[in-house]
Design a protein around this ligand. Structure first.
Ligand code: AMP
Ligand code: ZN
Length: 450
């Protein structure tokens, strides 16, 4: 790395600008990403932040050295949905979350995601009794500072106690009260006040605290785990765009007011949604497919590249057609790599595109020009092996690539018949971009790799 830095520029939700990235300490670059709530299989939308920030983790390791990047992605293993599911199944929340976490790991391993440096579980940070890095300690400090209060077994963060609350989402308190579905509770001093701690009924999971037996609110988990593992202020905080408000806004309020700091993280990064037919994929809308299901039909590396093909801040429309095209691209890249390993230096044009706020569409355009060792190094930077992993053929639906090409050839034939020659040429060009050359003969159209 040169004295002028890594050349990395990242879009910061806090400033709404793409800024040059200057780590607080280049010998220890610190990133936190909000991880999954583990009560059931994760859906393919949940895989987006995992894959996007895995790409950034790899890029940071490339720019600063693997030993100089600390990445924390937490596991939320206490939550009302978890409690309800465990009660339904008659098992402890620990048993439920152990099982779900193992499935999550199997899913994201198949997507080529590196393990973060630390993967803390919320329940391990509720009451560590050091009074500093645990949730109970943070809440005590917020009460002592006048930012939180106890009421009827609950502890609430008092939002009007923080003058610049709302800076990340750029909402005024009035907008928030009008727009948010805030829970009205008689014990709240202000409708925007949010829960740091709540009482547990005897049958519910609970931990002893100065406010009685209870459990933490969701937001305080991330303030405690990031503070414990990365310190009061760190470099990058990430998650899906839906987390900006209220989750990240509340994390900032808790951490800054507890530690008396000007910021929690310097750069806030948010991925866009994965969409299905114009709507965000989500458990509550019921329009989701699990990673586990998608992996039955498509190899993990195809899913990974399909996710990375779109710029991380743009919405992705998740389609079979997209996955088929991605299958062709990855196969072509691997042919171009010609069995070279990924040890060569990353091509500056590919690094430059990635360093420009993870501009994957540009990085992919640059990749199309590479071959041999350079192509293999590009594949490695994106988290792919230069050759198809063993068993990938068996995992892929039989002949998907060929079936896709044959289908496109049939469409082209139909277009020609309808005298839509521009449409026919477009299909030929699209296939050419995937490295497939069509040959028109008297017997029909054949194809071969370029
Ligand atoms: P959750 O378990 O709902 O808290 O979500 C875990 C992570 O997945 C968060 O960072 C969310 O922002 C993200 N996420 C959830 N749904 C989607 C989606 N459809 N597209 C992209 N990211 C999502
Ligand atoms: Zn969080």
């Amino acid at each position: 790395m040169s004295a002028s830095g890594s050349g990395l520029r990242l879009y910061n939700t806090l400033t709404r600008t793409k800024d040059v990235f200057h780590p607080i300490d280049p010998s220890c670059v610190r990133m936190y990403v909000c991880g999954p709530t583990v009560y059931d299989y994760a859906h393919i939308g949940n895989a987006r932040p995992v894959i996007v920030f895995d790409l950034l983790f790899r890029l940071l390791r490339h720019a600063y050295g693997a030993a100089h990047v600390v990445y924390v992605r937490n596991i939320t293993d206490v939550d009302d949905k978890i409690n309800a599911r465990a009660a339904e199944r008659g098992i402890s929340i620990r048993d439920l979350t152990d099982e779900t976490l193992a499935r999550f790991h199997a899913d994201i391993d198949a997507l080529g995601v590196l393990r973060p440096t630390f993967e803390p579980r919320a329940t391990d940070y509720i009451a560590r009794n050091d009074g500093v890095t645990d949730m109970v300690g943070l809440i005590r400090r917020l009460i002592a500072n006048g930012h939180a209060y106890e009421a009827e077994g609950h502890v609430l963060f008092h939002v009007p106690s923080m003058p610049d609350y709302g800076a990340l989402s750029r909402r005024s308190l009035d907008d928030m009260v009008a727009g948010a579905r805030v829970e009205v509770a008689p014990y709240k001093r202000d409708p925007m006040d949010f829960v740091l701690w709540k009482p547990s009924k005897p049958a519910e999971p609970g931990w002893d605290s100065p406010w009685g037996r209870g459990r933490p609110g969701w937001h305080i988990e991330c303030s405690a785990m990031s503070g414990a593992l990365l310190g009061d202020e760190f470099d990058i905080h990430g998650g899906g765009i839906d987390l900006v408000f209220p989750h990240h806004e509340n994390e900032i309020a808790q951490s800054r007011c507890a530690h008396g700091t000007a910021s929690m993280a310097h750069v806030w990064m948010h991925n866009g949604f994965l969409m299905v037919e114009g709507e965000k994929m989500s458990k509550s809308l019921g329009n989701f497919i699990t990673i586990h299901e998608v992996l039955k039909d498509w190899p993990g590396d195809v899913i990974r590249l399909n996710m990375l093909k779109t710029h991380y801040r743009q919405p992705i429309d998740w389609t079979v057609k997209g996955l088929e095209e991605t299958t062709g691209i990855l196969a072509r890249w691997r042919r171009a790599a010609g069995g070279a390993d990924g040890a060569a230096a990353l091509h500056p044009a590919v690094f430059g595109a990635l360093a420009d706020d993870l501009n994957m569409p540009r990085a992919i355009a640059e990749m199309h020009r590479l071959e041999g060792a350079e192509m293999a190094a590009g594949l490695a930077a994106f988290g792919f092996s230069a050759t198809a992993p063993a068993g990938a053929e068996a995992a892929a639906p039989a002949g998907v690539e060929a079936a896709f090409i044959e289908a496109r050839i049939a469409e082209r034939q139909a277009a020609k018949k309808a005298r839509d020659f521009a449409g026919a040429d477009r299909i030929r060009d699209e296939l050419a971009a995937l490295g497939i050359v069509l040959k028109d003969t008297r017997e029909g159209t054949t194809w071969e790799p370029a």
